[in-house]
Design a protein around this ligand. Structure first.
Ligand SMILES: C[S@@+](CC[C@H](N)C(=O)[O-])C[C@H]1O[C@@H](n2cnc3c(N)ncnc32)[C@H](O)[C@@H]1O
Length: 262
């Protein structure tokens, strides 16, 4: 009985995902759900914090709309705070219109954090070749210039425009203190992490944006296995993100490599 209902839920999720991808879903989930898709009666004092509010407002301004993801931004800011003492820059794989990284740039500006923010993206709408899911295209940039314009007030942001398979090898910094992964493509994400993780500093943090998102079952399984093989576990957050933190022993990462980048 328990197995049956689990199977039914999984089949429902797969069907829902296929319909959504084909643009046939009649259900607008975002309209009926609370921010971050969950609610809690517990304290969230961080929401009224001035620094947080300024960061969140920067995200809305950069992206042109409110994605209604305060918990995700709060957790991002926690990661930035937890890694602020480290030698190494910040890398984001998959920037879109820059909602999350506008919060990061604002946070660095407010706290005087000198780290550079490296943004890797195609910075264009997805085509039909499979680079990203069509139902997520509202989060994708139209042109690199739009996003560059939105970040023009920040001096510590580096844009790497193009396919990550081409831009990462020459653009990635030698030392990384924080990695934000949001390509909506688990195979490519794991390839990129295999390439980047040897550069991650002791104490660094990885934030997986879509780790436990509804409909991302395969990505969840693959990311879990990838990190389990390295002896690392992922904290699942109610917002759907996954946090791998902090990396205490980076020796296990030194020999990682990715055929996609050779
Ligand atoms: C969900 S969006 C990222 C959203 C973003 N993190 C934000 O804060 O709104 C996923 C991004 O991955 C990018 N992407 C997918 N495949 C890519 C590739 N091969 N190379 C570079 N960027 C890629 C897409 O262009 C898209 O902007």
């Amino acid at each position: 009985m328990r197995h049956q209902s689990k199977l039914a839920i999984r089949l429902h999720a797969i069907l829902d995902r296929l319909l959504t991808r084909a643009g046939l879903s009649s259900v607008d989930h975002s309209a009926e759900l609370p921010p971050d898709c969950f609610d809690t009666p517990h304290l969230k004092c961080w929401f009224d914090d001035l620094t947080f509010q300024q960061c969140y407002q920067s995200s809305i301004t950069a992206a042109g709309s409110d994605y209604r993801i305060p918990w995700r931004v709060h957790q991002l800011l926690w990661c930035l705070n937890a890694t602020e003492h480290l030698d190494g820059d910040l890398v984001e794989l998959g920037t879109g219109k820059g909602f999350m990284m506008a919060a990061a740039a604002s946070y660095f500006q407010q706290t005087g954090d000198p780290r550079l923010i490296h943004l890797f993206d195609l910075f264009r709408k997805p085509d039909f070749s499979g680079e990203g899911l069509l139902d997520l295209s509202k989060y994708y940039a139209s042109t690199p210039n739009d996003v560059m314009q939105a970040f023009s007030r920040y001096s510590n942001v580096c844009f790497h425009v193009g396919d990550v398979r081409q831009t990462l090898p020459s653009g990635a910094p030698d030392k990384i203190s924080f990695l934000h992964v949001d390509l909506n493509n688990w195979r490519l994400e794991i390839d990129c992490m295999r390439f980047l993780m040897p550069r991650m500093q002791q104490g660094s943090v990885i934030l997986l944006d879509d780790f436990a998102n509804r409909g991302f079952d395969e990505a969840f399984d693959q990311h879990t296995m990838f990190f389990r093989d390295l002896g690392l576990s992922i904290l699942t957050t109610p917002a759907g993100q996954g946090i791998v933190a902090p990396l205490r022993d980076t020796n296990c990462l030194k020999n990682l490599s990715s055929a996609a980048f050779e």
